[in-house]
Design a protein around this ligand. Structure first.
Ligand SMILES: [Zn+2]
Length: 488
């Protein structure tokens, strides 16, 4: 059994992550695999044509003094300050949406190195964009790096059990190395470092930032993540866990004293009826469906008819086409409950996680560097494609890669992983992440052939993802059709 490649729809670990069986392909069910059969062949043809493994090995073998200098610089940046910063964030953990000290500290360092920083982007207080353009101009290529900094929640306080403390310092080590290269060589190029909050809890910050156009300048995005193995993913599309819709249903009634309850309209009863109706739907959905809900608001006092009640659901399925069908039926159940109780319902789909696109050209390049640098914990087997960030959405529009060198002996979201974050096993992994990220960004900046291959692979896979969804819609057509209303 292979390990799922890390990236954090471990997000989702607290809120949303249900691991699905780790198959090498992105598809989970027999229906999905049948719908994807021809598309998987086309992906295999694309890989054969682009030959990412051979290309990556050729690139890594090429001696390039500038690249060696950039990689060494990333390492010295890590060793001479950024590792301490990573340890400091580990010692001062803050949970998602509350990462103020981390953001203040990180942005202070970025500003001190001549970066222009905008905080509160996309309306998110702890999101930021740091920009630096070469004195020779932004040029044709803008390199993007993603950083995170949120900690996990535990009963005795927050802790960095997923090692997000290291992510932004690692990105900074790579970014500062490229900055130094661009400035000293007089080469054009832009650098963007994106501070992304709350990876572990919804709503999905990266989707919100993407929809607000925050990442639009980047030609490539790169991120690191803690890992229990140094592994790379197979090209294609998939998601670490499941496609997810986060949906809030707010029932609105009319308050009244319970002794004259006939004057009111009971929103809690609507919510309970809805919650029960969703349970009645479970046997109507395919067995891979997963639905969990809570009723976070259900009234204020027993002697007042509740005028407001909220039901919050995470609705999940391995593919987004069937997920939409489930979501539609659940929305209908909410409307039905509202109608039955004389209340009304407001439906707010506040979060979505979707299949991401994984590029062989960049995965193999990362892995070739990891092998060349003797990274620990090398796992030669290709992992399931999952996209390089947990929401999937960003990966559909911007090519990118996640670099995840072995950094912990424990498993994800544990105190052991938190301890490793500030010990040699973590430090060594993070240092190697920084070197590899610097090398990949250097190659992307300087190697047009690589950029063209990445662009071709990305646009082809994006097209194939659309075709896959079309096939799924055809496959499910009969099964998910509505019974005609008013028929005989
Ligand atoms: Zn994570």
């Amino acid at each position: 059994m292979t390990k799922a490649k890390p990236h954090c729809a471990w997000v989702v670990a607290l809120v949303a992550c249900i691991p699905v069986p780790a198959t090498a392909f992105g598809q989970t069910t027999a229906t999905e695999r049948a719908a994807a059969a021809e598309i998987l062949e086309q992906i295999a043809d694309l890989q054969e044509r682009l030959d990412p493994l051979d290309r990556a090995q050729r690139i890594v073998r090429q001696g390039n003094r500038n690249r060696v200098r950039v990689m060494d610089r990333a390492e010295s940046e890590w060793d001479e300050g950024l590792q301490d910063l990573s340890d400091w964030i580990a010692a001062n953990p803050e949970v998602g949406w509350d990462e103020h000290m981390a953001v203040d500290t990180l942005t202070k360092v970025l500003r001190s190195r001549g970066w222009e920083v905008t905080t509160g982007v996309a309306g998110l207080e702890t999101a930021f964009v740091a920009s630096w353009d070469s004195p020779a101009g932004q040029g044709e290529v803008t390199l993007g790096l993603i950083g995170e900094y949120d900690a996990l929640r535990d009963i005795d306080g927050p802790f960095h059990g997923d090692q997000h403390n290291a992510q932004t310092p690692i990105a900074m080590a790579a970014a500062f190395a490229l900055q130094e290269h661009l400035a000293s060589a007089g080469v054009a190029g832009g650098l963007r470092l994106y501070g992304t909050p709350a990876e572990e809890v919804g709503p999905p910050a990266k989707t919100i930032m993407h929809q607000a156009g925050v990442f639009s300048e980047a030609d490539i995005l790169i991120r690191s993540h803690s890992s229990v193995a140094t592994a790379r993913a197979r090209a294609g599309f998939g998601v670490c866990c499941l496609n997810i819709n986060e949906v809030k249903y707010t029932f609105l009634g009319r308050p009244s004293h319970q002794l004259t309850s006939w004057n009111g309209r009971n929103a809690l009863e609507a919510a309970v009826m809805f919650y029960t109706a969703v349970d009645r739907l479970r046997s109507t959905f395919r067995p891979e469906a997963s639905i969990q809900g809570v009723i976070p608001e259900g009234g204020v006092a027993p002697n007042v008819v509740p005028a407001r009640a909220v039901v919050d659901y995470y609705i999940r399925y391995p593919d987004e086409v069937y997920l939409e069908h489930m979501n539609r039926m659940i929305d209908d159940a909410a409307r039905g409950a509202a109608m039955a109780t004389g209340t009304r319902v407001e439906i707010d789909r506040y979060g979505e996680y979707r299949d991401g696109i994984t590029l062989g050209t960049l995965e193999e390049l990362y892995f070739a560097y990891a092998q060349a640098l003797d990274a620990p914990g090398i796992e030669p087997e290709l992992q399931r494609p999952a996209g390089y960030e947990e929401t999937g959405w960003v990966t559909r529009d911007i090519p990118g890669v996640g670099v995840s060198v072995y950094s912990s002996r424990g498993s994800y979201h544990t105190k052991g992983m938190a301890e490793d974050a500030s010990s040699e096993v973590g430090h060594a992994g993070f240092r190697t992440d920084a070197r590899i990220m610097a090398a990949i960004l250097f190659d992307f900046l300087t190697n047009r052939d690589l950029r063209d291959a990445v662009a071709e692979e990305h646009s082809t896979l994006k097209g194939l993802l659309g075709e896959y969804h079309e096939r799924l819609r055809e496959t499910y057509a009969q099964e998910i059709s509505r019974i005609p209303v008013g028929g005989s």
